[in-house]
Design a protein around this ligand. Structure first.
Ligand SMILES: NC(=O)c1ccc[n+]([C@@H]2O[C@H](COP(=O)([O-])OP(=O)(O)OC[C@H]3O[C@@H](n4cnc5c(N)ncnc54)[C@H](O)[C@@H]3O)[C@@H](O)[C@H]2O)c1
Length: 269
């Protein structure tokens, strides 16, 4: 059975109640884990509000911007006890890059997006792994745009491709120490980060219309997989990118649009 009692999880990437990381923290806690949070200073007031609401107890909560090696080090120095699960749910690309042609992306924009969204998994893991005395599970959040071209995803797609490669390389290295590393590739969910992507509501409409399950996913769907990955039930799953996307990633030309429109007039709207 899925049981996380006695496990300690460190979750990075809560910015609001809608954050995937918040759903993960709540689900891991519901399964028995003790939760610590690392947050970005600009979201401090929202984090304090979530703490005041007291939906789940948070053992340790401190700022931790992945652009700052000092903040990452002082976060882990202050963290009480060992770590069993590290959740990396962090991404950033300069908002203007979602509307820019990929060939126009500057070196600085590229470095910013890849450092924050892909590289950051490495220093966080480097700091967490020495505390993973009983083995451990590291997970990060990816998106289909890291494997295929998705409209308007652009630089973030390149960052997700790098992130998924980081997952494989890191998993190969730390596996002998009983540490597992995986990526969860989620379908689109309405969050602060997602609202940066032009046409995001259209994306939700398309998903709902064409996914095999004919629905969008929720933060809780992602959190349920995160709980499985944090548990010993997944002890031989590592180096993978696992999809929680109602089946969308399996599609190529699953329907002929004109035929589908004739059968379901709501698609023509
Ligand atoms: N929402 C979606 O549709 C979707 C789909 C697939 C994957 N994802 C991924 O899920 C993850 C979480 O995103 P979300 O949708 O929950 O949005 P969100 O805006 O709630 O979370 C993004 C988080 O990244 C953090 N972050 C950005 N730069 C940082 C930095 N320098 N240091 C520390 N933290 C930093 C922010 O503080 C925020 O908490 C991201 O990796 C995102 O790409 C989201």
């Amino acid at each position: 059975m899925l049981d996380l009692h006695g496990k300690r999880a460190v979750v990075f990437g809560v910015a609001s109640e809608e954050s995937i990381a918040w759903a993960v923290a709540k689900t891991l806690h519901a399964a028995g884990a003790t939760i610590s949070l690392g947050y970005q200073q600009r979201f401090k007031s929202r984090i304090l509000q979530l703490q005041r609401q007291g939906e789940i107890p948070i053992e340790f909560c401190e700022r931790c911007d992945v652009a700052s090696p000092q903040e990452m080090e002082s976060f882990f120095a202050g963290l009480p006890g060992p770590v069993d699960t590290l959740v990396h749910s962090i991404a950033y690309a300069p908002p203007e890059t979602f509307a820019k042609s990929v060939s126009e992306i500057s070196e600085l924009e590229f470095i910013t997006a890849l450092t924050t969204s892909a590289y950051s998994l490495l220093p966080l893991s480097r700091l967490a792994i020495p505390r993973m005395a009983r083995g451990g599970s590291i997970m990060t959040m990816s998106y289909l745009g890291g494997q295929r071209v998705v409209a308007n995803y652009k630089l973030m797609g390149i960052a997700k491709a790098a992130l998924e490669a980081v997952v494989r390389e890191l998993a190969a290295e730390v596996g002998p120490a009983e540490v597992r590393v995986n990526a969860i590739s989620a379908g689109p969910v309405k969050t602060l980060a997602a609202s940066q992507i032009p046409g995001f509501s259209d994306m939700l409409r398309v998903y709902e219309a064409v996914t095999p399950m004919r629905r969008c996913i929720t933060q809780t769907d992602v959190a349920n997989l995160a709980a499985f990955l944090a548990s010993d039930l997944s002890r031989n799953i590592t180096a993978q990118t696992l999809f929680v996307d109602a089946g969308y990633s399996a599609l190529a030309m699953a329907e002929l649009p004109l035929t589908a429109q004739a059968q379901r007039p709501e698609l023509a709207a």
